[in-house]
Design a protein. Sequence first.
Length: 193
Amino acid sequence: MSTTIAPGAAAGPGAAPAREQSAVASASRAGPARGSVPRPGNHVIVVFGATGDLAHRKLLPGLFHLATAGLMPDRYQIIGVSPQDMTGEQFRDLARQAITDFGTSQPTGAAWHDFARRLSFTSADPARTLSLAGAIAAAERQIGGTPGRLFHLAIPPAAFVPTVTMLGAAGWRPGPASSSRSRSAPTWPPPAR
């Protein structure tokens, strides 16, 4: 299993645009998609800040675009996370509106139905993580096997430390790639050398 933490908000002056920051791929690959582009392995994608502007304008439309292009894993689940309370149905409505407003294709028909059934939502913050742990466990059971985990931080830079601390406290921390549960935590911009 791989765990990836992808920061999505600008890290300050001179930081890369959100689209570049969110372009993080897992090291595991499952096989080719359309053409010769490899598809990532099965994943649970956890989007912190799922009700915010970055997710609304870029991330949710981008994930739908990848899904319609055949570039998402064969088996994946997307869990939206925010401190506010929201049902899964409300989150799917929010995602549909985001894709309608900012996507390159309209969320209709079988493509939307297939994408929407993979969306869920849980409310969590550093003091309340039990629902997130349950949502991740349920998504992993639904996918089967040992899917990778990608934690996308579509949150303000000030929220990075508490969120990553929360992930570490829950046991979802990056570790050496050679471990039996391979993990990585790419960051943008890369550290200075």
